[in-house]
Design a protein around this ligand. Structure first.
Ligand SMILES: Nc1ncnc2c1ncn2[C@@H]1O[C@H](COP(=O)(O)OP(=O)(O)OP(=O)(O)O)[C@@H](O)[C@H]1O
Ligand SMILES: [Mg+2]
Length: 211
C-alpha cells in the first residue's frame, strides 16, 4: 500500500488540488483509493461529494475526526493535509507518510514561507531518517513571467527533489467543480497539464519516493 501526503504549512498552495487530482489519477487506473482529508474545512470531501457515482470510486475519510483504517485491499491512501501544521502536530501528521509532496506557489510570500517549512520538515524524525521522502511541486506557474523563473530558481536551491511546475489552468477549476481530476477530463484539453503531471506520477510510482 502506498501512503502519499500533500503538505505545506502555507494555506492555498494547492494541497487539495494536488491530492484530489492524485486520488482521481489512481482511481482512473483502477486502484483502490482512500482520500483522507485531515483539514476540517473538508475541501477534499466536498470535491468527492461532487463526483458522479458513474466514475471510478474513491473512498473519502474525514480524517480530521477519525483517522483512516486502510483495509488489505487498499492500494493507496492520499492525504490532504491542513495548513499551519507545525511542531508536534507536524510530527504526528507525517507518522504514516511515505511520500510527501510539497506544493509551492510563485509568490515571494509563499516562497519565503515554503523555505522555512522545508527546513522544518527536513528535521522531522521520519523525514530525517528517510522513512518519508519529500519532493517539491511548483504550482500555478505562468509561462513568460519573471516570477515563474524565480520560483524555478527557488525550488532548485532547496536540496530537495523538484518534480515539476504545474501551470495555472482553468482545467483544475473545471475538474474540481465535477469532482474530477485532469486525467478524467478531455485528453486534448488537458494534454499539456497531463505532461506537466508526468514527473509526479513517475515519482510516486518510483522506489525513490518510498522508504
Ligand atoms: N494549478 C492551478 N490552476 C488554477 N487554479 C488552481 C491551481 N491550483 C490551485 N488552484 C486554485 O487555488 C485555490 C487554492 O487551492 P487549494 O484549495 O488546492 O489549496 P490548499 O493548499 O488546499 O488550500 P488550504 O490551505 O486552504 O487547504 C483553489 O481555488 C484552487 O482551485
Ligand atoms: Mg486544502
Amino acid at each position: 500500500m502506498r501512503h502519499i501526503m500533500v503538505l505545506n504549512a502555507k494555506g492555498g498552495s494547492g494541497k487539495t488540488t494536488i491530492a484530489t487530482n492524485l486520488a482521481s489519477y489512481f482511481a482512473s487506473k483502477k486502484k483502490n483509493v482512500i482520500l483522507a482529508d485531515y483539514d476540517p474545512q473538508g475541501s477534499s470531501l466536498d470535491w468527492l461529494s461532487a463526483r458522479s457515482s458513474a466514475k471510478p470510486p474513491i473512498k473519502g475519510v474525514a480524517a480530521f475526526k477519525t483517522p483512516p483504517h486502510p483495509g488489505r485491499n487498499t492500494d493507496v491512501v492520499v492525504v490532504d493535509a491542513p495548513a499551519a501544521v507545525h511542531g508536534k502536530d507536524l510530527t504526528a501528521m507525517v507518522k504514516h507518510a511515505e511520500t510527501i509532496l510539497i506544493p509551492v506557489l510563485p509568490s515571494p510570500i509563499d516562497m519565503r514561507a515554503a523555505s522555512k517549512f522545508i527546513q522544518e520538515i527536513k528535521h522531522v524524525g521520519r523525514v530525517a531518517n528517510k522513512k518519508a521522502k519529500i519532493a517539491l511541486v511548483g504550482n500555478r506557474g505562468r509561462d513568460f513571467t519573471n516570477i515563474y523563473w524565480e520560483l524555478d530558481e527557488f525550488l532548485t536551491k532547496q536540496r530537495v527533489p523538484v518534480l515539476t511546475i504545474l501551470r495555472d489552468s482553468q482545467n483544475y477549476i473545471r475538474a474540481a467543480e465535477r469532482g474530477l481530476g485532469i486525467f478524467e477530463m478531455g485528453p486534448v484539453l488537458t494534454e499539456y497539464d497531463r505532461e506537466l503531471w508526468e514527473p509526479i506520477i513517475k515519482w510516486v510510482n518510483s522506489k525513490r519516493s518510498q522508504p
